[in-house]
Design a protein around this ligand. Sequence first.
Ligand code: MD3
Ligand code: FE
Length: 205
Amino acid sequence: MAPLSQTGFRLIPAALSVGAQAALLTEVLARVAQAPFYRPVTPGGKPMSVEMTNLGPLGWVTDAGGYRYQPTHPQTGEPWPDIPQALLDLWAEAAGAGAPPDACLVNLYREGARMGLHQDKDEADFAHPVLSVSLGDTAVFRLGGVSRRDPTASVRLASGDVCVLAGPARLAHHGIDRVLVGSSRLVPGGGRINLTLRRAGPGPG
Ligand code: MD3
Ligand code: FE
């Protein structure tokens, strides 16, 4: 693949100040109290090392029934809590004036959690960008190309960093190789929280 800067991958280092990171995390954790983190199971039956929950009208889930978006928490049966306004504002600023996000996946990486190389292909329209916010411990992120065999590059994502994936990068393979334990003190109990905003469903825009 072409250099990262030409693929539609945009990293905005320290997009959020330390104060903004803490305020956002407080808003997210208040919602997590209503929609607790749980450990999803892949369609093949393997528990993921990353714990997850969602905010917004739609949430990404995986279980024996496959990968999909659904409006309710798989364990509580309740609708997902709303997306904090600060995240909607960030999307409008950084991802553009298109359709607003309808899904925010919240990934929790405690010690040893990782995410294998994959593509995000469960959304209705790949023309919409994806925006990710990193909070807490620094992650070693791997970004490849649209083909699984394309070369990959390693990028560190630190607390407060935002990345926007648009154009060809929207369908690039990517994953989290590891998290640098103890590199931040932001997340209570340690680790890393990643917020991924997406337009998952069909509809306006
Ligand atoms: C590149 N999450 O939830 S965020 C995921 O840090 C996911 O938790 C990772 O991959 C995490 O699906 C990476 C950065 C990211 C998000 C979406 C992308 C990178 C992406 C979509 C296409 C290409
Ligand atoms: Fe992904």
